[in-house]
Design a protein around this ligand. Structure first.
Ligand SMILES: [Zn+2]
Length: 155
């Protein structure tokens, strides 16, 4: 997914009726935090390998973090934000699996799994993704997010 992670986090938070700004903020942060690896990808590793191979894009890593964090936060005011945060991360990984690829079976298998493979039909990979039918999903997410946002603003 190229552009729709943040609006997807917004749609998730609105859909799950985030009760306050803390939960909404956690959902928005969780919706983009796996892509923070792009900083390392471009500035440190010089694009040496697919950024979906970094630990922040590995579901087992986040499952382990959630397994530790959720019990610790359960009786605090951070329980709900933590749930929204991890739900948004899961949504990020699912959306990345549409036309990208995720190591769903790591650490048992290091294969990258995607529902659809976008062929390199254009001069740049971003153009290939934007002109592939799967980009409709991104546009639909943006449309939902904007509709929810303006409907809320109109009240
Ligand atoms: Zn990602």
């Amino acid at each position: 997914m190229l552009t729709a992670h943040l609006p997807a986090g917004y749609v998730l938070a609105r859909g799950l009726r985030a009760p306050d700004r803390r939960a909404m903020g956690a959902a928005l942060l969780g919706s983009v935090v796996p892509d923070f690896d792009l900083i390392f990808f471009y500035l440190v590793d010089d694009r040496a390998f697919h950024h979906h191979r970094y630990w922040v894009h590995i579901p087992a890593f986040w499952a382990a973090v959630a397994l530790v964090a959720l019990p610790l936060l359960w009786r605090t005011v951070w329980r709900l934000p933590a749930l929204f945060f991890f739900a948004a991360i899961l949504l990020h990984l699912i959306l990345d699996s549409l036309a990208g690829s995720i190591m769903w079976l790591a650490p048992f298998d290091d294969g990258l799994y995607a529902l659809v493979t976008v062929p390199p039909t254009r001069s740049h990979w971003i153009l290939s993704f934007m002109l592939h039918w799967t980009f409709i999903a991104e546009l639909a997410i943006w449309g939902c997010a904007l509709a929810l946002f303006y409907r809320r603003s109109a009240r």
